[in-house]
Ligand binder design. Structure first.
Ligand code: ATP
Length: 363
């Protein structure tokens, strides 16, 4: 298994730069997600890696091998597209067998391999079915079977679940994780859906609308320690609050106008963290405890008035207006404290959170 290394690639279409000087290393044998807003250039990157488009400049390596100018069929990289591009007039078997037939492989080998991959994607028994008679999820699995039959080193997945309904999406995501675990093939999964990326990825890269990578890390690192307002907002839901950096007894605090000082935690001091500087903090809604009662043991405390309540079943969202007039969103797990305290519209509430959950972001 070899890593993919993208080195300073650029690509323009009709004079418009889509990707500029982009570098990225995708570790071997991992499930890697490339997450970014629609139109930021994710598919373009996949197409460049697959060899379906040519880079204007830069290099792409598979392990040590420079594959920048190697044709698609010699790259040992396969792609599953958003539209599965199956042949509707061929059976499941023939769709999966297609590339082996093109290579004029022996009938026995074709049968063995097709049955083997159909077993892997749990479609044994579907061989003679027509594509049209399959559900969206089953078609998706045929597309996967077709993509893995040649045992590619890298599998590129371009929004492969776009056509599925949310319930089925969750199920197929789990199946994809299992499949990657079993094959140990490097998966590069492109999506604009943060839930999908967080669910499947061992590692993920976040691209912004300008086609630049803002952050790379594990889903947990990116969710817990976003490095920019864009990442904090794009991955999950958060509260972004503007303030000024202060120091007290050698520790950082953030002063918020009309609210006072928050204790914060900055494990890695960055050069922009200069006392007095304007900055933003990100505070995830589920990191805030809401109660009408007084509680002990928290670094930070705010008071507000409940403006809106949305019941989601698993959790409840409270929008609370603080004394500076700004809104803070709080998520409370419904099963956590049962029987739950009754909090209603216009109630005055205490909001508590720990300094470790206040993430500093450069202005
Ligand atoms: P989505 O999530 O909507 O699929 P994306 O991040 O994958 O978006 P791309 O499909 O890579 O984005 O497209 C990036 C930009 O490049 C878009 O503005 C698109 O119109 C443009 N683009 C992509 N391919 C071509 C092409 N062959 N010719 C001209 N413009 C193109």
């Amino acid at each position: 298994m070899r890593q993919i290394k993208i080195e300073k690639i650029s690509k323009s279409f009709e004079g418009e730069a889509i990707i500029s000087d982009l570098s990225l290393t995708i570790p071997a044998g991992k499930f890697f997600a490339l997450l970014g807003p629609s139109g930021c250039g994710k598919t373009t990157i996949l197409r460049l890696v697959a060899g379906l488009e040519k880079v204007d400049s830069g290099k792409i390596y598979l392990g040590e091998k420079d594959i920048t100018n190697i044709p698609v069929y010699e790259r040992n990289i396969n792609t599953v597209f958003q539209q599965y591009a199956l042949f509707p007039h061929l059976s499941v078997f023939e769709n999966v067998a297609y590339s082996l037939r093109v290579k004029r492989e022996k009938e026995k080998l074709i049968r063995d391999k097709v049955f083997d991959v159909l077993k892997t994607v749990r479609l044994l028994g579907f061989e003679s079915k027509s594509i049209k008679s399959l559900s969206g999820g089953q078609q998706q699995r045929v597309a996967l079977a077709r993509a893995i039959i040649n045992e590619p080193e890298v599998l590129l997945l371009d929004e492969p679940l776009a056509a599925l309904d949310p319930k089925l999406k969750e199920q197929v995501l789990i199946e994809l994780i299992d499949l990657q675990d079993k094959l140990k093939t490097t998966f590069i999964y492109v999506t604009h859906d943060q839930f999908e990326a967080l669910t499947v990825a061992d590692q993920m890269a976040i691209m912004n609308a300008n086609g630049r990578i803002e952050q790379i890390g594990t889903p947990k690192e990116i969710y817990e320690f976003p490095i920019s307002r864009f990442v904090a907002n794009f991955v999950g839901t958060t509260n972004i609050i503007e303030g000024q950096l202060r120091t007290k007894n050698g520790d950082f605090e953030v002063e918020i106008e009309k609210l006072g000082n928050f204790m914060v935690y900055a494990p890695a001091k960055k050069e922009w963290m200069i006392p007095g500087c304007q900055l933003f903090v990100s505070l995830r809604p589920e990191k805030i405890y809401i109660s009408k009662k007084t509680m002990e043991g928290f670094s930070n405390h705010l008071i507000g008035k409940v403006h809106n309540i949305i019941y989601y079943g698993r959790s409840t969202q409270y929008d609370v207006i603080l004394i500076n007039g700004k809104k803070l969103t709080v998520f409370e797990q419904n099963e956590e404290h049962f029987p739950q305290e009754i909090i209603d519209y216009d109630d005055q509430v205490n909001l508590y959170f720990q300094k470790e959950n206040v993430v500093l972001l450069e202005s």
